[in-house]
Every structure is written in structure tokens, then in C-alpha cells.
Ligand binder design. Structure first.
Ligand code: ADP
Length: 357
């Protein structure tokens, strides 16, 4: 694959020419643009690996060009280095970096420094790309494995069930064994479904829509009906807002509430309370239970994939909290726990406030 180019954007021809020459001398492919709109077109068409971006362009500022490159999901990850001969004060550099640039160079730039800087960013980009590729391969691998396991498992469970029906009268013992097989198949099937959900969570981009938390609670309570009735759980919630969120946020609420019921104390009815608090820029939701609680050493670790603290007596796959964290982080939020062993836990998560588009 040919090396992706570096895009050198400057309306001042002699400066642009000098920079291009220096980079071509060390064998790097360089494209040029002299206006913001030309730069945006080239970025979209040629996908450069690095953009050297003059801050003062005739049609729009480099800061604006940078913002538009970042906004576009296809070009967002490109490395952007601002270059300026006139906006050289600390406040200009801070503005450039805060607006999304990865670096800010001030003219005059010594050729050796330009080469070393570009090489350093290229090293970082290549390492990041390799990491992204291997994460993607791993995600695809787990997706394929989970997906391909589903079909044979479905066959096993259907035929075990049929065999169970056939033998129920003649051989109750065999029918009992077949029951174990169908039970184990059902657990494996829900585990595989969680794995698929997890591997897809990374792939699907969040789509923010109007998300009515009150309506969502009604659905979650209906979905968990059997799990709520069995231990006689009491679930209450404060008035909940309408926010802008991805529909997958419902999974987070449902998983936290299901866990709050599952991990109750022996002989103590689960009492669960859901709240929402608004600050200037985010909502903080909490799900509070009176269950078995979590030891301080595990408060972060329960969000790891497959991490389970309480043995096999309670059914589960250890994926729910890992997936919940992924979904919350895809919203730009955080998730954490406060807990006292043998008294209860409160799970908190934040969702930044957005305007619904
Ligand atoms: P699962 O419930 O399928 O095991 P999760 O990822 O949802 O997987 O949870 C991971 C682990 O965190 C659980 O196995 C349990 O040990 C612990 N945990 C989760 N929620 C609670 C809770 N409300 N109270 C106590 N422990 C909890």
C-alpha cells in the first residue's frame, strides 16, 4: 500500500514551497493546498496522514478547517499540526490545541526540527493504527466465533428438547438429563448473545435521539417482571428526564436494575431506587440497592470483561457491566460505584447534555 501523503496547507507560497521541499527530500509524499476549502477537499479525497495547517488562510481560519476535519467521522482521526508565523503567542497556541489540533509549530521552523517533529507524529500514528487494526481483528474474531457457535447450539437445544418430549413417559431419568442439556444450552445461548452485543457495541456509532427515561423505565420494569416478582423486589424512581441519548442506554438501566435484584442479600427483599440529577453540562443517574455490596478492591474491576465476584450460584456471564461501561463511554460519560459490603451499592453514570439534532 502506498504511504499516505502529508498535506501542506499555506497560502504563502514561498513558505509552503520550502516546507514541501524539506519533507520531499526525506522521501515523504506531500500534497499542497493554499486555501481552507481546497484543504478540506484534499483531506476528503486523499486522506493524508498528517495535515500541516497554516492558522491564517484567506477563506477561513485554520482553526475552522481543523474543526471541520475533526467533525467528519471519515477524517476525524487525521493528525493536525498548526503552523503560524503571526499567531505565535501562548494564547494562540492554547486556542489551536484546545480546538482539536495535535500540535502547534511557530515559524520560523528549523528544517531539522520540522523533519524530527513530522517523524515523531508519524511514529505515533503508525503505532495507533497498528493498535486499532489488532483491536478490530480481535473484535471481528470474537464476533465470528460467537456468531458461528449460535447455529450448532440452536440445533443441540431443539433436538434435546424433542428427545426430552419423546422419552418423558418411557424414561423419566433420561428426560431429566435432557433437561440439563437444554438448561445449559439456554445459558450458553444468552452468554453468546452478550458476547455478540459486546463486540457490536464497539462497531456501532452512537446515534443520539430524544430518549424518554420515564417511558424507558416502564419497558424495563415490564422486561424484568419475573425477576422482580420472584424476590418481591421494590423498585422506585424519582421523576426522570427526557435526554438526548443512544437507544442502547436502555441496556445500561436494565442491566444495573437486573443486577441490583440478582445480587440481593439472602432473606432481605431487594429495595432499589433510581435517581437523576442535572448539573450544567451533564445528567448523573444512580441506581441504588440494599444488596450484598462489593468489596472496595473490586469497585473498578467489576467493569472488566468476564469479571464475576459472587460465584456460579447467581447466573450471569460477567459481560453486563463491561458492556454498560462501553455504552456510557460512547456517550462521553463515566460510570462508577460506591458500595458497602453487606449493606448495598450505588451505581452512578453520567450522560453529557446534548441538543437533540
Ligand atoms: P453478571 O451479572 O452477568 O455476572 P455483570 O458484568 O453485570 O455480570 O456484573 C459483574 C459482577 O459484578 C457480578 O458477577 C457481581 O459479582 C458484581 N455485581 C454487579 N452488580 C452488583 C450489585 N448491584 N451488587 C453486588 N455485586 C454486583
Amino acid at each position: 500500500m502506498p504511504e499516505p501523503p502529508i498535506l501542506n496547507v499555506d497560502d504563502y507560497a514561498p513558505g509552503r514551497y520550502a516546507r514541501t521541499r524539506i519533507l520531499r527530500q526525506i522521501g515523504l509524499p506531500v500534497l499542497e493546498a493554499s486555501t481552507g476549502s481546497q484543504a478540506l477537499e484534499t483531506v476528503e479525497r486523499d486522506r493524508p496522514i498528517i495535515v500541516l495547517l497554516d492558522v491564517n488562510l484567506p477563506d477561513m481560519s485554520g482553526i475552522e478547517v481543523c474543526r471541520r476535519i475533526r467533525e467528519n467521522p471519515r477524517t476525524g482521526p487525521i493528525t493536525i499540526l498548526h503552523i503560524s508565523a503571526s499567531n505565535t503567542q501562548a494564547k494562540h497556541q492554547v486556542l489551536g490545541l484546545d480546538s482539536g489540533a495535535d500540535g502547534y509549530l511557530v515559524e520560523p521552523i528549523d528544517p531539522a526540527v520540522l523533519i524530527a517533529t513530522v517523524n515523531a507524529y508519524l511514529r505515533a500514528r503508525r503505532a495507533e493504527d497498528a493498535l486499532l487494526r489488532s483491536t478490530e481483528e480481535l473484535r471481528w474474531f470474537s464476533y465470528r466465533v460467537a456468531h458461528d457457535l449460535r447455529e450448532p447450539l440452536r440445533t443441540i437445544s431443539i433436538y434435546a428438547e424433542l428427545l426430552g418430549q419423546e422419552t418423558a413417559q418411557a424414561n423419566p431419568k433420561a428426560a431429566g438429563y435432557l433437561n440439563f442439556i437444554t438448561g445449559a444450552s439456554a445459558r450458553m445461548s444468552s452468554f453468546i448473545q452478550s458476547l455478540l452485543d459486546y463486540s457490536q457495541a464497539a462497531e456501532v456509532r452512537s446515534q443520539f435521539v430524544a430518549f424518554d427515561c420515564e417511558a424507558m423505565m416502564t419497558r424495563v420494569i415490564a422486561n424484568l417482571d419475573a425477576a422482580i416478582r420472584e424476590p418481591g423486589a421494590g423498585i422506585a424512581w424519582d421523576p426522570l428526564p427526557e435526554i438526548s441519548a443512544d437507544l442502547r442506554l436502555e441496556y445500561v438501566f436494565q442491566n444495573l436494575i437486573a443486577n441490583a435484584i440478582k445480587y440481593h442479600r439472602e432473606g432481605v427483599k431487594p429495595v432499589i431506587h433510581i435517581s437523576a440529577r442535572r448539573s450544567a453540562d451533564e445528567w448523573t443517574f444512580s441506581v441504588c440497592d440494599n444488596g450484598i455490596g462489593i468489596e472496595p478492591a473490586y469497585l473498578d474491576r467489576v467493569f472488566e470483561m468476564f469479571r464475576r465476584l459472587h460465584g456460579q450460584s447467581v447466573p450471569g456471564s460477567g459481560i453486563g457491566l463491561a458492556l454498560s461501561r462501553k455504552i456510557v463511554e460512547a456517550h462521553g460519560g463515566r460510570i462508577w460505584i460506591e458500595s458497602e459490603p453487606n449493606a448495598g451499592s450505588t451505581f452512578f453514570f453520567t450522560i453529557p447534555i446534548r441538543i437533540v439534532t
